[in-house]
Design a protein around this ligand. Sequence first.
Ligand SMILES: NC(=O)c1ccc[n+]([C@@H]2O[C@H](COP(=O)([O-])OP(=O)(O)OC[C@H]3O[C@@H](n4cnc5c(N)ncnc54)[C@H](O)[C@@H]3O)[C@@H](O)[C@H]2O)c1
Length: 356
Amino acid sequence: MTTVPGAATEPERSQPLTVPPFAVVAGAQVQHALRGREKQVVDLVEATYRLHGAGDSVNPPSYFLRFPDRPTSRIIALPASIGGDVRVDGLKWISSFPSNVAAGIPRASAVLVLNDHDTGYPFACLEASIISATRTAASAALAADWLSRGRPRPTRVGFIGTGLIARYIHTFLAGTGWSFDEVGLHDLSAGSTAGFSGYLEQSGTAGEITLHDTAEQLIRSSDLVVFATVAGQPHVTDPTWFEHNPVVLHVSLRDLAPEILLASTNIVDDVEHCLKADTSPHLAEQLTGSREFLSGTLTDVMDGRVSIPVDQPVVFSPFGLGVLDLAVGKYVYDEVAGSGELHVIDDFFFERRRYG
Ligand SMILES: NC(=O)c1ccc[n+]([C@@H]2O[C@H](COP(=O)([O-])OP(=O)(O)OC[C@H]3O[C@@H](n4cnc5c(N)ncnc54)[C@H](O)[C@@H]3O)[C@@H](O)[C@H]2O)c1
């Protein structure tokens, strides 16, 4: 073999390369593999953040497909590659059509394609709205844990935006040991708060449930504030609402005016990703012309490089990383394969010989 000095070379292989079988994993199988596994999934997400922080991943910017005729909708491509023990490449392709909700179907729909590390062949297509909501909620629960260390553990949680993602976040908080005396809800839609209240009552894990007419009331009465709206621009602008220094999970990314971030400790999942697409951190960077308002990433906090002051609000703005979808998707694939329930599509890759 001839090698070019400085060029990367493929590692020697002990196994011959073969075309992997191609499987389709349905939402019912995904849900079955993940249900009740909140602690395992949070551990997996933590390990994946650490791998990403250590550079053992490739996670290019998400690509946003937008439509002039449907300005509120989008489809996002999240390609990624993850090393470590997981060793898989792939792509999440996720639509957000907010007007679906009025028709009684979820806003987001998605597939995740997993590609084989050695051949590049796609070997699975998984229903991914559940995977996406799961990794988002697991990341939020992980952040709530790390960012509230050193301050009294929040007992009053408030959700601004009470849709599917809020429900998953509550399930992940409850499933990883959080219990709350008070749960506050605020949404522009009375139907959403009614639906969420019904879920809370059924879950049997809620404390006292309060519906708040305004975001201000909710924020002032919560120590842990979760934003999971579909707001496109900041609608919360007054820093004094946060003077009790809550932990804020800013999952929907565009709710907070830059002035609020500038008065807070700001933690993101990945700096380059988060300072894009008109997120609140992106607006704060544009306003100040600098990134100094960012304290660091969640991995920085986990590794002790950044500590969280208790005399300021702390805001976690996670852009949402494709590597998390890959890690959770591969976990699901391995569970389904291990149970012998994989639906393999025979002859999916059919043209296998170069010259027929
Ligand atoms: N950061 C990430 O990794 C990540 C991942 C997944 C989803 N998300 C985001 O989470 C958000 C919620 O997703 P979902 O699937 O739950 O959506 P959803 O449509 O089910 O629920 C959103 C709710 O927000 C409410 N809402 C809209 N504007 C509001 C406002 N100004 N104040 C109060 N409530 C408001 C709506 O009435 C609706 O009930 C979306 O913005 C989505 O992009 C983020």
